[in-house]
Design a protein around this ligand. Structure first.
Ligand code: SAM
Length: 261
């Protein structure tokens, strides 16, 4: 049922994205052409993807208790690292879009909810090597593998917090004066997503970008995306199906775009 719903949502997304081909907002036109559709590889991409390739081969087992939307069905499980890498990580295409967004923004203050093995964390850190980055992960053994990966990639500007977002988000937010970029990639439940969004909102500013992962993953996530889009402080949103991108620019009319990615 869930899969059928996602297929239907994808078909709708696809037709919306072709239908809205002529985008009139110069800002969104720029984001579409220079950031979403841009394909030029950056120097860091190969190094990060070679770390991912090794993770996809790793047979090492670690203990994982999912604190997110899968958590109710799952007890602590022994999972192979390659399974986690296959199931949990954003694919190359999406991770590189996050890189370009953070790079475009020249983000100095970045927060990520959901480190997993550290792949998107590494992309964000390489996009903005001078930024202050905090990433939160609830599964200690997973966070440990991420730490090894960040070290391998010479990422020095990331602070990892290990624990439930419920307890770790507040201390993380206390370390920032403002948030330029936030990637929400864990615990895909309606109320949790809205709570994380509302907790980060006071630190958002005119040029902040918030990215929500898997906005069509479930009906709860679709509902959360709808609610976020309608929030009075949100102006432009861009739906690229796998993620929803939120802008707060005051000079832009409130409008929701769908862009093929
Ligand atoms: C989809 S993965 C993140 C993938 C990563 N951003 C990437 O693409 O490289 C989501 C992660 O969030 C963690 N997570 C889910 N719910 C959580 C919660 N309530 N508190 C802390 N971590 C949580 C999971 O353990 C999982 O590792």
């Amino acid at each position: 049922m869930k899969l059928l719903n996602r297929i239907i949502q994808y078909i709708k997304y696809f037709f919306r994205s072709i239908h809205l081909h002529g985008i009139h907002s110069p800002f969104v036109f720029y984001i579409q052409h220079e950031i979403i559709n841009e394909k030029i590889p950056f120097y860091a991409f190969d190094d990060i993807e070679s770390v991912r390739a090794k993770l996809l081969l790793s047979q090492q087992e670690i203990s994982v208790k999912d604190l997110g939307a899968l958590g109710e069905k799952r007890k602590e499980l022994k999972l192979k690292i390659n399974e986690i890498a296959r199931r949990s990580l954003k694919p190359e295409k999406d991770a590189q879009l996050l890189f370009r967004l953070a790079y475009y923004l020249k983000a100095e203050n970045i927060l990520e909810l959901g480190t997993s093995l550290g792949i998107t964390t590494s992309y964000l850190a390489k996009a903005c090597p001078n930024a202050k980055i905090i990433t939160i992960e609830g599964a200690p053994a997973v966070a440990k593998v991420a730490a090894v990966n960040l070290k391998k990639l010479d990422v020095l500007n990331v602070k990892q917090l290990v624990g439930d977002f419920k307890t770790e988000l507040k201390p993380a937010l206390e370390e920032f004066n403002q948030l330029d970029f936030v990637f929400f990639d864990g615990n895909h439940r309606y109320q949790a997503t809205i709570n994380y969004f509302e907790s980060c909102l006071p630190l958002a500013h005119e040029n902040s970008i918030f990215v929500f992962d898997d906005i069509y993953w479930s009906t709860e996530m679709q509902k959360a995306w709808k609610k976020i889009k309608s929030h009075p402080s949100v102006t432009v949103t861009i739906d690229v199906y796998s993620m929803g991108i939120v802008f707060f620019k005051k000079d832009q009319a409130k409008e929701d775009f769908t862009v093929y990615h």
